[in-house]
Design a protein around this ligand. Structure first.
Ligand SMILES: [Zn+2]
Ligand SMILES: [Zn+2]
Length: 306
């Protein structure tokens, strides 16, 4: 049994088209996941700007076979993960059916309000009420979901400034995981005994909680055939002022993948400032195929089968 993946957007934060990003791609997060044995069933993860081109392909290929029935799983509702939605042509076509899943951080918000709410005259020339497809919204929490046809989805909260879910997709013994946007957990209490506000008990507890959360994070993608992990920064950049921004370094993504016994690691959510030449240099530094773990840079247009 197989799972197929195509990257339609690999950037974080904001699209960055141009001659210097043309090879790795400038679109923000969007993954197409297909199950060839299940009549090419389609799951999409994230609706970043890469969703626009995926939607055009769906209209050319899937819609030719009949109305589209697809699910979009949003990792979270930051703009780089939802901005492609208004430009996703299948939402304008009668007969198409879409289910949009995702976490919601604040009680007064709904998933529909955040995602569909982009379609108001304030931001866009078409209103949500004019969408012709049937669109359902499902708010997700941590847990396990049976998606039918033998496909299971496990979700886990990550460490990011809003609720953000990692996805673990299991099908026929194959496992594909996403762990972005996320930052390693760390002790948030004062740990220096000489610093004001130091409390030995709190410092110890903070250490334990962070270690336990990091252990659970690893356990979530243990043994995955493919892990797509946040690696927006180098460790040097991370420590030099990006702590608390909700992203990981290449070094830490690689270390957790190794500990978790992952087979293949895609470094993902590239910083929009990185040029192709810089990503090539980083790939030469970090990408590897030794000791049972294959490490590679996610690239727009890249297709993988596990
Ligand atoms: Zn992001
Ligand atoms: Zn984010």
């Amino acid at each position: 049994m197989k799972i197929r993946l195509k990257f339609w957007g690999v950037r974080g934060s904001v699209p960055c088209p141009g001659p210097e990003t043309v090879r790795y791609g400038g679109n923000t997060a969007c993954l197409e996941i297909r199950f060839p044995e299940l009549d090419d069933r389609l799951l999409i993860i994230d609706a970043g700007s890469g969703l626009r081109s995926l939607g055009n392909q769906m209209m050319a290929r899937d819609f030719a076979r009949g109305p589209i029935d697809a699910s979009i799983f949003l990792t979270h509702t930051h703009w780089d993960h939802i901005m492609g939605f208004p430009f996703f042509v299948p939402i304008y076509v009668p007969g198409n059916k879409l289910t949009i899943y995702g976490p919601v951080s604040y009680e007064e918000d709904t998933l529909q309000g955040i995602v569909g709410g982009q379609l108001t005259y304030r931001y866009f020339p078409v209103r949500e009420a004019e969408l012709a497809a049937t669109i359902n919204y499902v708010e997700l929490k941590e847990g396990r979901l049976d998606l039918g046809d033998g496909v299971s989805l496990v979700t886990r909260y990550l460490n990011h400034p809003v609720l953000c879910l990692g996805y673990r997709i299991e099908y026929g013994g194959k496992v594909l995981c996403t762990a972005y946007d996320t930052e390693p957990y760390r002790n948030l209490f004062v740990t220096d005994p000489a610093a004001p506000g130091y409390d030995a008990e709190m410092a110890r507890e903070g250490e334990e909680v962070a270690a336990e959360q990091n252990r659970l994070h690893e356990e979530f993608f243990a043994g995955a055939d493919l892990l797509i992990h946040d690696s927006q920064y180098t460790e040097q950049e991370y420590l030099a002022g990006k702590l608390g921004w909700g992203h990981s370094s290449f070094e830490r993504a690689i270390a957790v993948a190794r500990r978790a016994g992952v087979k293949s690691l895609a470094l993902f959510h590239h910083d929009p400032e990185r040029t192709d030449a810089q990503l090539d240099d980083l790939a030469a530094n970090y990408c590897d195929r030794e000791d049972g773990l294959e490490i590679f840079m996610a690239q727009e247009g890249m297709e993988i089968e596990i």
